[in-house]
Write a protein that binds this ligand. Structure first.
Ligand code: AMP
Length: 451
């Protein structure tokens, strides 16, 4: 098991067939979560919901989408980062309380959820799910404030950690980013409708116009009175955007926090080429995650780019493995070496990151098995040395190869001829010095956690 993708969220306000647009949006965000998907919609009175396990197109069919009535809808693609696999954990989570109905879609991980939950349970609260998101609903329902807005703010102020949220009520959508701004959330416009989505690639797909990112600590409401925004929800903003979004998670065609992901990744490859050059015949990517960085590396170094590994794009999440184990089955299923490209070549193979080191090790073997003369691993991010507590389900510190191995030890483990990573300074040169969480690379956590 390695790091897992986290979640993608989409909300559409004031659009006929809102659920259909949300469904399309979830398709665009499939890379952020493949375990389950759900949509909740409202026609102003009723809430309609449909959820299930699997990819977006496995979960929904035409009937399901047409059962989701109304002009407001919110959807979620999930990879569990907290809680188990039970259906009750599939988002958006919806509930009824004294002020009406509510549905919540959450991307991130609330680090003090256990503490809050223990207190609530002591106080008589009953939880349906064991997802950290449900605490938000309880906090809203229990707040003594008079208006929904004040109750929501009250609840949000208790939370610590990563929470990009879309909250739906019968007549409005609320989009919120935590004061650290760990996870993305942006706003777009489609005719008279407002769209919120984890990434801007959603807007491209549904023909919406990208307006802007929601700011860290900001709440934007799309409702009867138009679009309103509040910057007074939290006392303090401590911007710590997840830099791993730039490195691996977000889609390369998305614009995030003012930057185009593709260009950022390419630049990382360029800086890597400057920092750790090596004589070789070809530069190849680990597809798809290494492609932009490999192009950057190739262009900077002048070493030709080629596809030495061919990816099977049709491998689903589930497959049946033969009882008799096949060597390297896992990686072979996804990647196969292109013999003619590699034979007798000195190869630089670029990937975006190393987590446990298993992929790199298998790739080196694969490349050498078809006659690559030398294999040089270049990684377009710094060594991952610390687990993430803000929405990425990382393996434990022990399992992160770079937390306990030197680069030379990693080279030996992978059997590569050389290994080099982008330096943290190099990364900062590309994305900027401040405003990011670099905890997975330097262990400096912006907030404590209670795991
Ligand atoms: P590993 O084999 O554990 O070293 O995993 C490294 C590979 O996982 C690289 O090819 C990365 O592109 C990919 N990767 C990095 N982060 C994640 C993640 N959060 N989820 C899935 N794959 C990832």
């Amino acid at each position: 098991m390695k790091l897992k993708e986290y979640c993608g969220i989409v909300g559409v306000y004031n659009k006929s067939e809102a659920a259909n647009y949300v469904y399309l949006g979830l398709h665009a965000l499939q890379h952020r979560g493949q375990e389950a998907a759900g949509i909740v919609s409202t026609d102003g009175g009723q809430f309609y919901e449909y959820k299930g396990y699997g990819l977006v197109n496995e979960v929904f069919n035409k009937n399901a989408i047409s059962s989701l009535k109304g002009k407001i809808a919110v959807g979620h693609n999930r990879y569990s980062t907290f809680g188990d696999d039970s259906v009750a954990n599939i988002q958006p989570l919806s509930a009824q309380f004294d002020m009406g109905k509510i549905a919540v879609a959450h991307n991130g991980n609330i680090v003090n959820a256990n503490i809050i939950k223990t207190e609530l349970v002591k106080d008589g609260a009953i939880f349906n799910s064991n997802s950290d998101t449900e605490v938000i609903i309880h906090l809203i329902a229990r707040s003594q404030k008079e208006t929904f807005l004040e109750r929501l703010k009250d609840a949000l102020r208790v939370l610590k950690g990563a929470f990009s949220l879309i909250v739906m009520r019968e007549d409005a959508l609320y989009a919120i980013r935590d004061p650290w701004g760990f996870r993305p959330l942006s706003m777009g416009k489609l005719d008279d409708s407002i769209v919120f989505a984890s990434e801007s690639c959603v807007f491209d797909l549904i023909g919406a116009e990208f307006i802007r990112d929601i700011n860290p600590g900001e709440m934007v409401i799309a409702g009867n009175e138009g679009v309103k925004h509040y910057e007074d929800v939290f006392n303090e903003i401590k911007e710590s955007k997840c830099v791993f979004e730039y490195i691996y998670f977000a889609r390369p065609d998305s614009y995030l926090w003012g930057k185009h992901i593709y260009s950022i990744r390419k630049k990382m490859g360029e800086v890597l080429a400057e920092e750790s050059p090596v004589d070789a015949d070809i530069v190849i990517p680990t597809p798809d995650s290494g492609v932009p960085a490999a192009l950057g590396f190739s262009q900077k170094s002048g070493i030709p780019f080629d596809f030495g590994l061919i990816r099977n794009h049709y491998v689903g999440r589930t497959f049946i493995e033969p009882a008799q184990s096949i060597r390297h089955f896992g990686v072979r299923l996804k990647l196969n070496p292109a013999k003619d490209v590699l034979k007798n070549k000195r190869v630089i193979v670029i990937d975006d990151s190393i987590v446990r080191g298993t992929t790199s090790k298998r790739i080196v073997k694969m490349l050498k098995s078809v006659g690559a003369k030398e294999v040089h691993i270049r990684i377009a991010s710094p060594p991952v040395v610390s687990p993430c507590f803000y929405g990425i389900d990382t393996p434990t510190k022990k399992e992160l190869i770079a937390s306990s191995h030197t680069i030379e030890e990693i080279r030996k483990y992978t059997t590569a001829d050389s290994v080099a990573y982008l330096s943290l300074n190099g990364l900062k040169k590309v994305v900027g010095e401040s405003g990011y969480c670099f905890a997975c690379f330097n262990g400096e956590y912006p907030i404590e956690f209670d795991k």
